[in-house]
Design a protein around this ligand. Sequence first.
Ligand code: ZN
Length: 161
Amino acid sequence: MTGDYRRFYKKPVAPVRLKNALEAVSWNPSRLDPDVKKLYNKWNREYNKWEKKEASSRARKQEFWEKWEKKEDIKREIQRGIELEEKETKAYNKLIWDTNNTEDWGVEYDCRYDGCDGKILRKVINHHKAHHYAFLECSLCGRHQKWLKNPEFYDEDNDDW
Ligand SMILES: [Zn+2]
């Protein structure tokens, strides 16, 4: 907490003499003797002052936390935006890569995923891997279907696709 809020005002305590005198007049200040009345007025002024300071300190604290929360909300919102953009960029880059590396756009086969009516897959060459040299991807939903083995290493007749 910042030092600002630590400027602390002690709650004024009524002197015992005043308490006793008030009790004797059933807590009715107008019935106090003049000298005790003076004491009461002094205490009352201090108490009111303290109460006012307390209220403004509470208000400042609340304002501080409200501002802080708002700032945090904005930070979170920006972070969410950045993450979404990164995700979209990744998906976009993948799409470009896939497109550039598509060898066959018309492999006729049903998409393996429920809820997708895709009937055409595309064959994408995966240059970096000797064994999994290509994969099939649904043209409709874009999801991966199957890795294809390199025909240079495997007999294509064994491929059930
Ligand atoms: Zn699909």
